[in-house]
Design a binder for this molecule. Structure first.
Ligand code: ATP
Length: 283
C-alpha cells in the first residue's frame, strides 16, 4: 500500500493569448502548489479492476473521475495486469480553480509508477498525463512552473519568495468551460506580465512578485459572480499585500508577508466566507 499527497495549486498569473484550432486556448501562466492536500492511498488488487473509494456528493467514483482515468491510462500504456484500489480523501474544494481533480490524477500517475515499480521519470509521467488534462503535467511535478501551450509545456522556476496564502472559496462552483466560453479575447485588459513575474520569482523579490500578479479570467468570472470582487476587497482592506482569483475561480487568494497579517485577513473573512484556509506555498 502506498500514499500520495495531491496539493492544490494557485495561479500567480494566467494569460490567454488566442483560441487554437483544436478549441483550446493558448495560455501562459505561472502556477505554484500550496499545502492544502487531497490524500490518496493506492493498493494492488487480486483482480484487474480499478476501484475508486470516495465519499463526496459532487465527485464521481467511476471513469469520470480524473484519478480513475489516470489509473486506466497507466494500466493500458504499461500493460499492467493487476487492478488497483484508490482511496481518495478530498480536502481541496471542488470546481474551485485549485486544480483538485488534476492534482488527484497527477498523484495517481506518481502512485501507480511507485506501486508497480515502473521506474518512470516525472517528465515521462507528465507527458502521458497531458492526454487526459492540460493542468495535470504541472501537477505531476508540483513545482512553481511557467506553463505554456494549453498548459502542458513546462518551464520550472525556483520556489517563490516565502509568504502566507489565505484562500477564500465562496459558496459557488464555477465551470472552467463556461468561463472560457464567456471570455472575449478582443476586450481590452490589464497586461499580464509573465516575464516580470518570472524574473521576480527568480530573484526572490516579493514586492515585484505581488505587483506582477494577474489573471485574464478574473473579470470574466467576477461579472458572473460579484462575490469574488467582494472577497478581494475584504482581503485588501484587511491588509493583504495582493489579492487575486485563482484559475477560472471562484477561489480568491490573498498574499501576506507576515503571519500576523495573514491571521488578520482570515479574521476579516469570518462572517462573509465559510471556507477559508491559511496555507504556505510549497513550490
Ligand atoms: P481547475 O482549477 O483545473 O479548473 P477545478 O478546481 O476548477 O479545477 P475540480 O475540483 O478539479 O475543478 O473539478 C471539476 C469537476 O471535475 C467537478 O465538478 C467533478 O465532477 C469533476 N472531477 C473529476 N475528477 C475529480 C476529482 N478527482 N476531484 C474533484 N472533481 C473531479
Amino acid at each position: 500500500m502506498i500514499y500520495e499527497n495531491a496539493p492544490a495549486k494557485i495561479n500567480l498569473t494566467l494569460d490567454t493569448l488566442f483560441k487554437r484550432s483544436d478549441g483550446y486556448h493558448e495560455v501562459e501562466m505561472i502556477m505554484t502548489t500550496v499545502d492544502l492536500y487531497d490524500r490518496l492511498t493506492l493498493e494492488k488488487r487480486k483482480d484487474k479492476r480499478i476501484v475508486l473509494k470516495i465519499e463526496h456528493r459532487y465527485v464521481p467514483n467511476d471513469h469520470r473521475n480524473l484519478a480513475y482515468k489516470a489509473a486506466q491510462l497507466m494500466m493500458e500504456r504499461y500493460d499492467i495486469k493487476q487492478g488497483v484500489t484508490i482511496t481518495l480523501d478530498k480536502t481541496i474544494p471542488i470546481a474551485a480553480g485549485l486544480a483538485g481533480g488534476s492534482s488527484d490524477a497527477a498523484a495517481t500517475f506518481r502512485g501507480m509508477n511507485r506501486l508497480f515499480n515502473l521506474g518512470l521519470s516525472l517528465d515521462t509521467l507528465a507527458e502521458l498525463s497531458s492526454e487526459i488534462g492540460s493542468d495535470i503535467p504541472f501537477c505531476v511535478h508540483g513545482k512553481t512552473t511557467l506553463c505554456k501551450g494549453r498548459g502542458e509545456i513546462l518551464e520550472h522556476l525556483p520556489k517563490p519568495p516565502a509568504c502566507w496564502v489565505v484562500l477564500a472559496k465562496p459558496e459557488i462552483s464555477v465551470s472552467t468551460q463556461e468561463v472560457y466560453g464567456a471570455l472575449d479575447l478582443t476586450a481590452p485588459y490589464d497586461v499580464i506580465d509573465n516575464t516580470r513575474c518570472k524574473a521576480a520569482i527568480e530573484t526572490g523579490d516579493y514586492q515585484e512578485m505581488i505587483q506582477s500578479l494577474g489573471n485574464r479570467l478574473e473579470p470574466v468570472t467576477i461579472e458572473m459572480h460579484p462575490v469574488i470582487q467582494m472577497l478581494k476587497d475584504t482581503m485588501m482592506k484587511a491588509g493583504a499585500d495582493a489579492a487575486m482569483m485563482s484559475g477560472s475561480g471562484p477561489t480568491v487568494y490573498g498574499l501576506a508577508a507576515k503571519e500576523r497579517q495573514a491571521k488578520g485577513i482570515v479574521n476579516a473573512l469570518k462572517g462573509c466566507c465559510k471556507e477559508v484556509y491559511m496555507v504556505r506555498m510549497l513550490g
